[in-house]
Every structure is written in structure tokens, then in C-alpha cells.
Write a protein that binds this ligand. Structure first.
Ligand code: FES
Ligand code: FES
Length: 864
């Protein structure tokens, strides 16, 4: 007989009985049965597919299954699949490069298994793509996922390439464990005595907090404590650049955006914590949020509590005489472009586990984090706790995607605070909705471009005025607008230029880092004016780019004299020419985009990173670095560099993300990981060789870029804004009847492809992201409330597998002088040219120019 309050069913062949309190099967599997291959990307909404399991042989999303429906059934998770079948899938995903962060993969494998069980080798890719409609992958663009599934269906799983040196298609580090969901993310970690925290977020984007009543929450069964800002022993505010972001809003303070936290509820389990968090009563005096950035920068009314100006930053520079050059130009255009706010939609919501201990009689806190900047996090956590940084260790756990969205702290300080106050381990995992509300987004930017060219189509002048909506807190918003300004002219030579880009503070969602970092917005606009000028001149989009592309020795944008690294821009353009001509001759609607994006931080920032190589007595070799692995493959790069430099058996090498040694890194951002990580590991290997590979000592290597110049630095005619740039040309081919995008050809200059398979995967994933940016994705907020209006994954408009066009990648290797192996980085440039190329293709389709993102085939005439 069923014991009361419990539900019985069979999991992986074992009869189980779980509490009926769980809101769905996923909760019972993960939180009670400790089965963690089904991941939680969006529960209970059933929109990401990460939690897919088999119930009586049928693939279902377990976060949508109430336990009453599961009673008496047979549930199979990936852990319960036959070992040889598991191995086949893991091998296929590893060999085909079918995974990056891996978070979505276990669910996809379960779905694929169900389909292969049904259709065997008759399973077609297009069929499988349709079935992947229930799944999201934010990293891969699905191309290599579908390749991997096809090889399993046909029983043709290729043998993975053994790990080799630079240029080898080595299997991604830990690919097998990631594919099967065996390599834990933060929320998969359990420690004895662990408590669960849930956050109470504000109901108003701009309001004075008059009172916080925690009594109902405290009385809820299972609740251990409720913490508010009054409990913070140290500093209230944190932030990567400015310390302006309150960990919680105290009574007497003001909320400034929809993600502000009022209270942390800690309970024995996740369910109780979440239930009680809803019971915190807050009294507000509401104020009208300031949500229009153009109004904000001219207003005396301060939008954000604790700040004294709604202008976060102003980035500007000028060269030559724009007015005179425009007046003398054969053709000129003035256009205003606007881009939308975009959500990262990494599949793994933010999670932090903080574990207190005592070391030598002193308190210590060990924090497990999936963030992109463990050192910044450690320092800020210590400040909040009012203790020294040496009492806090932040251990990086490979995360399930980030794309820039995990640079700022989200819940790290909250979990740490509660753990510190209670002297007990506390885990805090955000729900999808909390994640959407809290972390920084891609900036919406409004840009007016005024550009001229001569009768042949050579650019003469460019003036740009831009306002970006940075939302409430600084994050790295000022740097995004600085990068937007620096990249305003795209990869072209413009003799006269005048650029100003303002970051405004508003009560909208915070905006910060996101793959492309301001370059995407700028180059959507630049490509738009270039195509209009081409039409006026009477030449093709390809030709005008060829005429103006930046070349070595020429002066680029903010005055930088470009080195031989910039040869890659023209090589990429040439690489797509045959396909461009052929598509045009077939009468296709065709658009081409050309882009550049810096790697590293530049702008005068001193970037110094270290790595350690250690030969242990036992025979293994440790390679230690401090970069965040978020799917991009930095661990694989480190391994390949070590194999290249030391000529050792890769099985002897262990790559360790080291958070105990001071390796001096900063954020894993701006494609820095591959460039600087490879540089530091290479230097460490050289140091090891010079020391005869002495055992049991740290061989330390360093990579340093400390010679760049700040944008707009007075008196510097030719500043070196950045040490390195990546370049890409993308060709978008659309059906001339329907406007549907059929194919994208992406030629990317990565300098040197350390691992071509991983590079292709990065590019396919970014083309997928770029098409979403161009056509369908949006994260708007309500101008009346400042609250985001798309609060589910489905509403974000991310393109599903069946709608991804064919993507052909051309890897270009035009080396960067003075960088390790000529590396330029690949992650950031990924979607820079995509939106411009889509706009040009759609213009060919229906004759309409498009100035606003997102656009679609039927949404022309946006010029007003
Ligand atoms: S967690 Fe169940 S579908 Fe996303
Ligand atoms: S590999 Fe699919 S979400 Fe990262």
C-alpha cells in the first residue's frame, strides 16, 4: 500500500518511493533521489528540454510531470540507459564536437535514444531536428548535435581524434562526462547539512522600501532563517568596476530595477525556501520608473539609488574634419538604427554553494561558483562579509553557458552571506524567472550614423551618435559603450570620424557583457549605411567592402595603425566571394556582412595572466590556469598547448582550474581565455623546459598585454586600442520568393585554429545566436513598470533546431603577429557580421531597408 504523503514508481529498474510534496518529477529525481543527469533549465515551464527522461519508454520533460501522473510508471534517466549505449552516445558527441557547455546534452540524448529506438537507422536529420523542437541549445547551433545523433542512428560512430597539439581536432576535455551529465554543475553538488536559500525580489523597479516583515516567512515549516540587508556585516554594494549594485535593498533604501533583492530565506529544503520567500511582506512607496534612456540623460531626477547622475559614461573621439568631408562627398546617408535588449539564455541558471569551515582556528568560506570572474567575486564576497579576502575561496565549477551573463555576481553574495551568518552550507539556485530578472543583458542602443563616400564608393567620413540603455547598475555598461564607440566604423578605413556613445542609467534591466560587447550593435548600423552607399554608387555590397576594408599600415577607427593581423578581414571577404557570386547568379537574395572584434580588454587596461605547469612525482602533469570553462573549450586549449610544447602523452596531463594560486586574471571575457590562456600555458611550458621539467615545483608562465591605450586618450594620435582583433565575413542567402534564410556561409579569421572542431562549433553557435539577434529575439521591458515582459525561455524568440538554416564554416588562419601561435580568438566575433548580412539579404528580397532589430522578412520600412 502507498504510504500516505508519498508516491511510488520505478526509476532505472529500482522501485522508489518519494515525498508527494515535490511539484514535479524532476524535483523528486534531483532533490530526493539524487539523480542529476536530468538538468533543470526552466522548471516548471517545460521549455528547454534539459530535464527529459523516459516514462514507459516515451521521452517527456520531467518538470512537467506531476507525481500523481508518474505513480506506478517506469522512469528511465540517462543513468539507467545500457552502458554500451551510453558509451556510444558519449563517443559520438565527443567525436563530432556535438557539445560545448554540455548542459542541454543529457536531455537531448534521451530524446535521441527514444527516436532511435523507434526508427533506427531510418532516423533522418530533418526528423530529429523537428523532435529537438522541445529542446534548446544555446551553444552549438545544433549542427554537430545532429551530426552526432545521425552517427549513432546509423551505427557509424567515428573514433574520436586522440588529443594532439595545436591544430588537432582533439576531443573536448571531459566531453564524455559532459555528454552523459556525469560532470556536475554547481546545483549538482551536495554536501552534508546543506541548507537551501531562495530570494525575495522586489515588486517595483523604483520604490522606497518602507518596511520588510519577515514573520510569516520565518513561521513557515522548515525555514531556518530570513536575512535582509540589515544582517550584512560589511559593505552593502558590489560591482565589477563601480561598487554600485546593492546585494539587498534595506529599509529606507530604494529599489532601482526588477532584479533587486529584498530578503534571503533559508530552509531545510528548496521547496520550503521557495514557498517561504513568497511570504516576505514588503511595504513600498512607489515612484515612476525612468525607462527612456534619452530622457534619463537629460533629467535631473536620479534613476538609481546611490548614484548622482543618469549618465554612466560618455565615450568619444574624433579625427579629421567630418563636416567638410561630408560636404565634399559624392554620396551621403543619415540613418538611425536601434537594437533590442537581449537575454543570454544560458541553459544553466545561476547557482552558488557556500560552505563555511574553520582553518587554523579562523573562519573560512569556500564558495562554489559558475561565475566568469572568481577573483572579483572573492573580493566582493569578502567585502560584504566584512572579512579579509584570504578567508574566502571561490572555486570555479565549469558552468552551463555564460556568454558574458555570468560576469557580475548574481546570487554568490547571498548564498555566502547566509552560510556565513548561519555557519552552515547554503546553496542558492535561481529559478529561470529570477535569472531573467537579475543578470545583466545585451544593451539596446540607438545609433544615428551619418556617412559619406566618393563617387567610387570609398568612405570619406563618419559621424556617430549613440545612446545605450545600461539599466540600473553599472556592471560593465560603460565598457560596452566604449567598445561600441571604438568599433563604430567596423573593419573599414574612414579618414574622418567623430564618435560619441553615451551609456544611460535607467530603471530598466541592467545591461552589461554579452558576446560581441557593443560591436554587434555598432556593426549592424555600419553595415547598414555601407549597403545604402553601395546602392547609391551602383556597386555590390561585396565590392564596397572590398574597396574600404582596413589593411595593414592604414589608420583604423579611433586612430590605431593596424598591423598585419588585419589582413584577415580581406581574406575572409575573399573567402566568401565564390559563394556570393554563385548565389547572386542563381537569383538568390544575398547579403554580406564583414566585422571585427577585439580580443582581450585593451583600452589601456593592464592584462597579465599566469599559468602553472607541475610535474608530479606520480608521473602526471598538472596544467593550472584560472579561466572559466563555459563551453568554449579553454581546458582543451590548455591541454593542447601542453601537448604541443612538452610533447607528452595527453593522458598524463590534468588540466586544473586553479582558484587557490594568484594567477591574476580578471573576468573570462572578450575572447581573452584562448588568447591569454594559451599564451600563459605556453610560457609555463617553456619555463618548465628551461628548468629541465624539474618535478614537484610550480613552473610559472606569464602572458602580458600592458601596452594598449585608452580610447580617446588626449594627445595620442595613434593609440593602440587593442592588441588583437578577430575578423569575419558572413554571407546570408535567402529564398527570393519567401525571404526565408536558406544558408549562411561564415568565413572567420581566428589567426590560428587551436582546435578546428571547437572553432567550427563556436562559429555555428554564434551564427545561430546571430540569426536570433537579427530576426526573432527580444527581451523588452514595460516602459510603465521597468519590468521585463518576456519571462519564459519560449518568449525570448530563440531559433529552434528545425529552423536553423544550413551553416557552412570557412576557417581562415591569418596569424596575429606577436600573439601565441598567431591566435586571435573566436568567441566574441561570432555574431558581429550576422545582423547586417541578414538586413542586406532581406533588402534584396523586398526592397525594404531595415534599421531596427529584431527584423523579419515581413517587417520592412522601419526607417521612420
Ligand atoms: S527544466 Fe524541464 S524543460 Fe526545462
Ligand atoms: S552545449 Fe547546448 S546549451 Fe551548451
Amino acid at each position: 500500500m502507498e504510504p500516505s504523503g508519498s508516491v511510488s514508481f520505478v526509476v532505472n529498474g529500482q522501485p522508489v518511493s518519494v515525498s508527494s510534496r515535490h511539484p514535479h518529477l524532476l524535483s523528486a529525481l534531483r532533490d530526493e533521489l539524487d539523480i542529476t543527469s536530468p538538468k533543470d533549465g526552466c522548471s516548471p515551464s517545460g521549455q528547454c528540454g534539459c530535464c527529459t527522461v523516459l516514462i514507459d519508454g516515451k521521452a517527456v520533460v520531467s518538470c512537467q510531470q506531476p507525481l500523481t501522473k508518474v505513480a506506478g510508471t517506469n522512469v528511465t534517466t540517462l543513468e539507467g540507459v545500457d552502458e554500451s549505449e551510453r558509451a556510444r552516445f558519449a563517443e559520438a558527441f565527443a567525436a563530432c564536437g556535438g557539445l560545448q557547455c554540455g548542459y542541454c546534452i543529457p536531455g537531448i540524448i534521451v530524446r535521441a535514444k527514444a527516436q532511435i529506438d523507434k526508427k533506427g537507422d531510418k532516423l533522418e536529420k530533418s526528423d530529429m531536428a523537428r523532435h529537438l523542437g522541445a529542446h534548446l541549445c544555446r551553444c552549438t547551433g545544433y549542427v554537430k548535435i545532429l551530426d552526432a545523433i545521425e552517427t549513432v542512428a546509423r551505427r557509424e560512430v567515428p573514433t574520436p581524434t586522440p588529443t594532439g597539439g595545436i591544430g588537432s581536432r582533439s576531443v573536448k576535455y571531459e566531453a564524455h562526462e559532459l555528454a552523459l551529465g556525469d560532470r556536475g554543475y554547481v546545483d549538482d553538488i551536495r554536501v552534508p547539512g546543506m541548507l537551501h536559500a531562495a530570494l525575495h525580489l522586489t515588486q517595483h523597479a523604483r520604490a522606497e522600501v518602507l518596511g520588510i516583515d519577515t514573520s510569516r516567512a520565518l513561521a513557515h515549516p522548515g525555514v531556518v532563517a530570513v536575512h535582509t540587508a540589515a544582517d550584512i556585516p560589511g559593505d552593502l554594494r558590489v560591482g565589477i568596476i563601480y561598487k554600485d549594485w546593492p546585494v539587498m535593498i534595506p529599509v529606507g533604501g530604494f529599489t532601482s530595477y526588477a532584479g533587486d533583492v529584498l530578503a534571503i530565506v533559508v530552509a531545510q529544503d528548496r521547496i520550503a525556501a521557495r514557498e517561504a520567500a513568497a511570504l516576505v511582506d514588503v511595504k513600498y512607496r512607489t515612484l515612476k520608473p525612468i525607462t527612456d534612456p534619452a530622457i534619463a540623460i537629460g533629467s535631473d531626477e536620479i534613476a538609481v539609488w546611490g548614484t548622482d547622475n543618469n549618465v554612466l559614461s560618455n565615450s568619444s573621439y574624433a579625427r579629421g574634419d567630418v563636416d567638410t568631408a561630408l560636404a565634399a562627398s559624392a554620396h551621403a546617408v543619415v540613418e538611425t538604427f536601434s537594437t533590442q535588449r537581449i537575454e543570454h539564455a544560458f541553459l544553466e541558471p545561476e547557482s552558488t554553494l557556500a560552505v563555511p569551515s574553520s582553518r587554523d582556528g579562523r573562519r573560512h568560506l569556500h564558495v562554489y561558483s559558475g561565475g566568469q570572474g572568481i577573483w572579483d567575486d572573492r573580493n566582493d564576497i569578502a567585502r560584504v562579509l566584512g572579512t579579509d579576502a584570504e578567508h574566502v575561496t571561490v572555486e570555479l565549477i565549469t558552468n552551463g553557458g555564460a556568454f558574458g551573463g555570468k560576469e557580475d555576481m548574481s546570487n554568490q553574495a547571498h548564498a555566502s552571506l547566509s552560510a556565513w551568518l548561519l555557519d552552515a552550507p547554503v546553496k542558492c539556485t535561481l529559478s529561470r524567472e529570477e535569472s531573467l530578472r537579475m543578470h545583466a543583458k545585451r544593451h539596446p542602443i540607438t545609433m544615428t550614423y551619418e556617412a559619406g563616400c566618393d563617387a567610387e564608393g570609398r568612405l570619406t567620413a563618419l559621424r556617430v551618435r549613440a545612446i545605450g540603455d545600461s539599466g540600473a547598475y553599472a556592471s560593465v555598461g560603460m565598457k560596452v559603450l566604449e567598445r561600441m564607440a571604438g568599433h563604430a566604423s567596423g573593419p573599414y578605413e574612414v579618414p574622418n570620424i567623430d564618435v560619441e556613445a553615451i551609456a544611460a542609467r535607467t530603471n530598466n534591466p541592467v545591461c552589461g557583457a554579452f558576446r560581441g560587447f557593443g560591436a554587434n550593435q555598432a556593426q549592424f548600423a555600419m553595415e547598414g549605411v555601407l549597403d545604402r552607399l553601395a546602392e547609391k554608387v551602383g556597386i555590390s555590397g561585396w565590392e564596397i567592402r572590398k574597396k574600404n576594408v582596413i589593411r595593414p599600415g592604414r589608420v583604423w577607427g579611433p586612430g590605431q595603425v593596424m598591423d598585419d593581423g588585419c589582413l584577415g578581414a580581406e581574406v575572409c571577404l575573399d573567402a566568401i566571394k565564390t559563394e556570393y557570386d554563385s548565389a547572386r547568379s542563381q537569383g538568390k537574395a544575398v547579403g554580406v556582412g564583414l566585422g571585427l572584434k577585439n580580443s582581450g580588454l585593451g583600452n589601456g587596461f593592464k592584462e597579465i595572466t599566469k599559468a602553472v605547469v607541475r610535474f608530479n612525482g606520480g608521473g602526471d602533469i598538472e596544467v593550472r590556469h584560472g579561466w572559466t570553462e563555459m563551453g568554449q573549450g579553454i581546458n582543451t586549449v590548455a591541454l593542447q598547448v601542453a601537448v604541443e610544447e612538452l610533447g607528452v602523452d595527453p593522458d598524463r596531463v590534468r588540466v586544473i582550474v586553479d582558484t587557490t594560486r594568484e594567477l591574476g586574471l580578471g573576468q573570462t571575457t572578450g575572447s581573452r581565455g584562448t588568447l591569454m590562456g594559451a599564451g600563459a600555458v605556453k610560457a609555463a611550458c617553456e619555463a618548465a623546459r628551461a628548468a629541465g621539467c624539474a618535478p614537484d615545483v610550480d613552473h610559472v608562465g606569464e602572458y602580458r598585454v600592458d601596452w594598449t591605450t585608452k580610447l580617446g586618450e588626449p594627445g595620442v594620435e595613434h593609440p593602440i586600442i587593442h592588441s588583437t582583433f578577430g575578423y569575419a565575413a558572413q554571407l546570408v542567402i535567402a529564398d527570393p520568393q519567401s525571404g526565408r534564410i536558406e544558408r549562411v556561409v561564415a568565413a572567420h579569421d581566428v589567426g590560428r585554429a587551436v582546435n578546428p572542431t571547437l572553432c567550427e562549433g563556436q562559429i555555428e553557435g554564434s551564427v545561430h545566436m546571430g540569426l536570433g539577434y537579427a530576426l526573432t529575439e527580444d527581451f523588452p521591458s514595460d516602459p510603465e513598470t521597468g519590468f521585463p515582459t518576456n519571462m519564459t525561455l519560449r518568449s525570448l524568440g530563440i531559433i529552434r533546431a528545425k529552423d536553423v538554416p544550413k551553416i557552412d564554416v570557412i576557417l581562415v588562419e591569418s596569424p596575429q603577429p606577436n600573439s601565441p601561435y598567431g591566435i586571435k580568438g573566436v568567441g566574441e566575433i561570432g555574431l558581429v557580421p550576422t545582423a547586417g548580412a541578414v538586413a542586406a539579404a532581406l533588402h534584396q528580397f523586398d526592397g525594404q531597408w531595415r534599421n531596427r532589430l529584431p527584423m523579419n522578412a515581413n517587417d520592412g520600412d522601419q526607417d521612420e
